[in-house]
Ligand binder design. Structure first.
Ligand code: ADP
Ligand code: ASP
Ligand code: MG
Length: 815
């Protein structure tokens, strides 16, 4: 005998019903098969919401009609595919069921409340109809079918909505049934019957439990749970994309995983099959050939490593504080009693080291019941101040890591906590040791998905992950994304994964909980309607910080640069091609450095000077090791380097500027390049690196454009106006050439910290003499590098070099 259970996800449409029928047919060829079915997907939720809306008559009727239509459409589709399907007969049955449901609801509305016994009847209709439909499919394929009525055969105790099955008694009853050995056995899941043979249900997701019990009752040699995933994964694969399939797990591990929230199995499923040593296999109805996950005794479960990360939501924590420590044991046992008398399950419990406080977690829908019963039963203690009033913390979740003998692996706990710490997630309570197979932490629900992903990554994923939050997708940001995509293989070989979590420009933001696909990010970005603003960005980063989270600022936005301290304290590294932070007031410049050292995060801005040239890191290393700047001289503007190169070839200033603009060397309006302010910013950044406490206003700029020159905002007008300076520059360049020199717009830092930018004649021995065509050159005269300076030379502008500078900063996050 073999037992197959199909969940709601396997019965979501006519096609899926037929697919299930096929799987059943294949199995009965080799041996007798019993089948447990759930309600089709979503149906139980609809039935629950019928009860929840009984105060709004119209809404209730709408949901009833909608649910009925789902079934009618399903059998309509079935009869289209399978011509001998008895459509009218089943339609009648469905109509009758829903008419009965309407009558029940009518009564419930009059009563203005729904007793649990009636609630159980209502929410179990889906399973009943699934069986009618499957029975008809199999019969029309000429199979004989026996249907087991679980109200009569599965004896339950406990509440109507969360009952437990008496296996011994149920086994006796089923063994007494006469079932033809050629029959396919069908039974609706989720349902049982109490001693009075009244219908009870087994708790949400309870058909897995029905299947396990029936497998025991029929002495099945295997219990297969068919669902919509390939088996049990290290995490819910719908929430964590890099979760991987477990080939086998032990009963104990499966029990722990499901108890702490892995929805793939109902928590009570394992107990019966473990007791009777029936192996259980989780399989995928949509992928029947995959081997699935085998759940069996630990001796046979080969994989010894950690098994998974789960979460249980809708939790609240009750805090009990006793004033007399001596009474603690007594109080704890009374509290446990009160909880069990009221059928309130304590999921996790912790006690403070001072022994006068305990915290315990229960499901949030039991909060009122728990508080009212505790207040009632312990009123004397409360009145006499032996107990402080009970406090509750709501909106909590429990994250658990499951694995055999996990307590023996002492680095697991430290990894979990460092991952949560890096993600800025507070832990409210910890439980390790109560079970040998799990470590659990209580955290706020708003952090749970982030926490699960991070803990899973650190424990199960052997790649180094960087989470990128990119703002600015103009030339540099856009090219950076292309470069990351192109380097995919290199990153893979080196075990690095770059997850792009957000992409934003000044107007819109594209967000992903995992990673934005770089193959089509532009299309996805076009489609997004989510507006971008700093407030939204701050909200996102509060809840999405992970180990190695980086904000990359490829904008020139001052407002964004004012948020850097906030970003650092929220757990983010910062990479900026934006120069605004480093050229802001000295106090803010210093505050950022303080925040960097307090948070242990990185602030990298290699591209602030010389684009991709390795300037900042090089001089930081020099100064760190005791060198001192004596003098700096450099050409720090790609556009001006190009323009002055052209001048010495005899091209006029206006023409050279126009050409530079065409080649993309200049700012949108070349007036900004010629004003010298961008060069001044770079000089300021270098001077500050050398230890000088100066401001932008301290940099003396000898402007290329006379003060009287009209700085048109309109580019074309500006270029026309520029012609007026052609003759003057021609004269200057000729004068320089006559003496064997060239003209360069040079930034200088003196040992005293004095900084200036001016047009200089440069002779043939100067390292700046040959710098043209958009090249930058930086000559550092230092204690170690003199009289020949350290010269860094190369293209100092352009999207490719700048993006590659940002990219290399990004990889430095891992160093
Ligand atoms: P069914 O309708 O077949 O009973 P469920 O929705 O109850 O299906 O359970 C299957 C779902 O369980 C999967 O779709 C998956 O999202 C979820 N799940 C949660 N944790 C895990 C896990 N560790 N491994 C596999 N699936 C999981
Ligand atoms: N149909 C029930 C539910 O949705 C039982 C089950 O699917 O296991 O909870
Ligand atoms: Mg289920």
């Amino acid at each position: 005998m073999k037992l197959l259970k199909f969940g709601g996800t396997s019965l979501a449409s006519a096609k899926k019903f037929l697919c299930v029928a096929n799987i059943i047919e294949q199995n009965i060829r080799s041996e007798q098969t019993a089948v447990v079915l759930s309600a089709p997907a979503k149906i139980t939720n609809y039935l629950v919401s019928i009860i929840e809306t009984i105060t709004q008559e119209n809404k209730t009727l709408d949901i009833i009609n909608l649910t009925e239509t789902v079934f009618i459409n399903l059998i309509k589709d079935l009869s289209k595919i399978q011509s001998n399907f008895p459509f009218l007969k089943i339609k009648n049955i469905i109509n009758k069921e829903f008419n009965r449901l309407k009558q029940i609801i009518h009564g419930v509305m009059l009563l203005q409340q729904c007793p649990d016994s009636i609630r159980a009847i209502i929410i179990s209709r889906g399973e009943i109809l699934s069986i009618y439909i499957m029975k008809s499919i199999l019969k029309s394929k000429n199979y004989n079918v026996t249907v087991i009525n679980p109200i009569k055969q599965l004896v339950s105790s406990g509440t109507y909505l969360d009952s437990t099955i008496n296996i011994i008694e149920s086994k006796k009853r089923i063994e007494n049934m006469t079932i033809d050995k050629d029959d396919i056995i069908l039974m609706p899941g989720f349902i049982a019957g109490n001693e009075k043979q009244e219908l009870s249900v087994l708790g949400r997701n309870g058909s897995d439990y029905s299947a396990a019990v029936l497998a025991v009752c029929l002495n099945a040699k295997i219990c297969e749970i068919w669902t919509d995933v390939d088996g049990v994964f290290t995490c819910d694969p719908r929430e964590v994309s890099n979760a991987y399939l477990l080939k086998s797990i032990s009963y104990k591990e499966a029990m722990e995983l499901s108890y702490f929230g892995a929805k793939v199995l109902h928590p009570r499923t394992i107990e019966p099959i473990a007791k009777f040593k029936i192996p259980c296999v989780i399989k995928n109805t949509n992928n029947p050939n995959s081997s699935g996950t085998v759940i069996c005794s630990s001796n046979f479960s080969k994989e010894k490593r950690l098994k998974g990360v789960t979460h249980l939501d809708h939790i609240m924590m009750l805090h009990v504080s006793v004033l007399l420590t001596k009474k603690m044991n007594n109080i704890i046992s009374r509290i446990l009693n009160i909880m069990s008398q009221n059928n309130i399950k304590i999921i996790l419990i912790t006690q403070s080291s001072s022994q006068n406080k305990i915290n315990f977690c229960i499901l949030k829908d039991k909060t009122n019941l728990a508080l009212s019963s505790l207040n009632k039963e312990l009123q004397l203690e409360l009145k006499n101040c032996l107990l402080k009033p009970f406090k509750v913390t709501k909106n909590l979740s429990i994250l658990s890591v499951v694995g055999s003998d996990i307590y023996k692996k002492n680095n697991i706990a430290s990894k979990i906590f460092s991952s949560l710490g890096n993600s800025k997630i507070n832990v409210l309570a910890i439980a390790q040791g109560s079970s040998k197979h799990s470590i659990s932490v209580v955290i706020k629900t708003k952090n749970i998905l982030n926490a699960v992903r991070n803990v899973h990554d650190i424990l199960f994923y052997n790649k180094k992950i960087i989470h990128v939050f990119l703002i600015g997708i103009g030339g540099v940001g856009g090219t950076l994304l292309k470069q990351i995509l192109r380097q995919h293989t290199f990153l893979n070989i080196n075990n690095i994964e770059i997850k792009i979590r957000i992409i934003a420009n000044s107007k819109k933001i594209l967000i992903s909980n995992d990673t934005i696909d770089l193959l089509h990010w532009e299309k996805d970005f076009q489609k997004t309607t989510e507006e971008f603003n700093i407030k939204k960005l701050n909200n996102i980063i509060q809840n999405h910080c992970c180990t190695n989270s980086v904000i990359i600022d490829c904008t020139s936005d001052e407002l964004l640069s004012e948020q850097y301290i906030n970003f650092l304290y929220s757990g983010f590294h910062i990479i900026a091609s934006n120069k605004k932070a480093n050229t802001s007031k000295w106090e803010y410049y210093q505050e950022i450095r303080n925040a960097v050292s307090k948070t242990n995060k990185k602030f990298l801005y290699e591209t602030n000077v010389g684009a991709g040239l390795p300037v900042i890191e090089t001089i930081q290393n020099l100064f760190k090791t005791g060198d001192k700047l004596i003098r700096f001289k450099g050409i720090l503007s790609g556009s001006l380097s190009f323009i002055f190169g052209k001048l010495e070839e005899g091209v006029l200033l206006s023409k050279a500027t126009q050409e530079a603009r065409k080649l993309g060397f200049t700012e949108p309006n070349p007036c900004d390049d010629l004003s010298g302010i961008d060069v001044a910013r770079k000089l300021l950044i270098l001077a500050r690196e050398a230890g000088h406490k100066i401001e932008l206003k301290n940099i003396k700029i000898e402007p290329l454009l006379p003060i009287t020159f009209k700085k048109h905002k309109d580019v074309n007008k500006f270029l026309v106006e520029l012609k007026k300076l052609d003759a003057h520059f021609l004269q200057l360049i000729n004068k320089a050439l006559d003496s064997g020199n060239v003209l360069r717009y040079v930034g200088t830092i003196e040992e005293t910290g004095e900084c200036f930018i001016k047009l200089e004649e440069v002779n043939v021995n100067d390292p700046l003499y040959k710098i043209k065509n958009g090249e930058n050159a930086l000559a550092f005269y230092t204690n170690y590098y003199q009289s020949i300076p350290l010269v860094l030379r190369g293209y100092g502008a352009g999207n490719n070099v700048t993006a590659s500078g940002v990219f290399s900063d990004l990889l430095r996050i891992l160093s």
